[in-house]
Design a protein around this ligand. Structure first.
Ligand SMILES: [Mn+2]
Length: 308
């Protein structure tokens, strides 16, 4: 990977909210653009191109209705539509890597990561730093809700159902030992078991409280340091709802403002990060556009903005 400033940034929006039931995260890409993402990165000296949005059907126009679909005895909502959108994301992500661009994917709900992580890892071993209040490690068989935004990470490491696991190319996209989860505080029983079985490195909010964010960021960087590519998947619900109220599924007790920035700053200094998702912003629940504005600042920190 060449020095960051030699890499062009490409922004791609995915206005998808099919992975969950509450409407509003489909407006995330607009909120992030309105908050000035492109201008912010340009001021830092990056060449930034906005590739527009990937086409996403509205829930009302998909053949599948809101009813939960039975799949191998499990539950999955809007399965075919999500699979098709993620296949398109995959191709776009793969092209960004081939063109030596640093892609920033604007969600949308977190199910988009099936396509983003799949595509950026198409030709090169890729580590994933998943920053989230939730583990997103359900499968249709463990999910209490059938919402696909709670299932991307399990499928990326090869679990779950072929419809989601085989998007873009068959099988796992990421080695489970190349993953680190940060910010966890709401994990379902079935997920807990699967995380253990797969040996996923996971840092809960309690770990952060006890050991401090810096220690955990350092360990995470060491964990992925040997890999040629590292993708950051930033779910804005990892932050505390006091600083990021506009998210799809808020959970109390998250990262505070400085912890989130410190994490991005340390990841930036590692010079290992090669792509980014920003997901689950729900402008309907936001105060003004506070959450998207914070996300833009965090993206700037990840790409090297410094205080001094
Ligand atoms: Mn998530």
């Amino acid at each position: 990977m060449p020095p960051l400033h030699d890499v062009a940034v490409r922004i791609l929006g995915v206005p998808m909210d099919l992975g969950q039931q509450r409407r509003g995260v489909d407006m995330g890409p607009s909120a992030l653009r309105y908050a000035g993402l492109q201008a912010r990165l340009r001021r830092m000296g990056f060449e930034v191109e906005d590739g527009g949005n990937i086409d996403v059907p509205a829930p009302e126009e998909t053949a599948e209705d809101e009813a939960v679909q039975d799949i191998n005895g499990g539950r999955a909502r809007h399965l075919q539509a999500v699979r098709a959108v993620c296949a398109a994301i995959y191709e776009a992500a793969e092209r960004c890597v081939a063109d030596n661009q640093f892609p920033i994917f604007l969600g949308g709900d977190h199910s988009i990561a099936l396509g983003t992580v799949g595509g950026v890892s198409a030709t090169t071993t890729t580590g994933v730093i998943w920053i989230d209040a939730h583990a997103d490690f359900n499968t249709p068989n463990t999910s209490p809700s059938g919402n696909l935004h709670g299932m991307p990470l399990s499928h990326l490491v090869g679990l779950g159902i072929p419809e989601l696991r085989d998007v873009g190319r068959p099988g796992a996209k990421v080695d489970p030992h190349h993953v680190a989860l940060i910010g966890l505080r709401n994990v379902d029983r079935g997920e807990r078991q699967l995380l253990r079985e797969m040996g996923i490195r996971a840092y809960t909010m309690r770990d952060i409280d006890e050991r401090g964010l810096a220690a955990i960021a350092r360990e995470t960087i060491i964990h992925v340091a040997g890999l040629p590519r590292v993708h950051v998947s930033l779910d804005m619900d990892s932050l505390d709802p006091r600083v990021a109220p506009g998210v799809g599924t808020p959970v109390q007790g998250g990262l505070n403002y400085r912890e989130a920035h410190l994490l991005m700053e340390m990841l930036s200094e590692s010079r290992k990060i090669t792509s980014l998702d920003i997901v689950e912003i729900n402008p309907i629940l936001d105060n003004g556009n506070q959450t998207a504005e914070l996300a833009v600042e965090l993206a700037a920190s990840l790409l090297g903005a410094k205080i001094l």
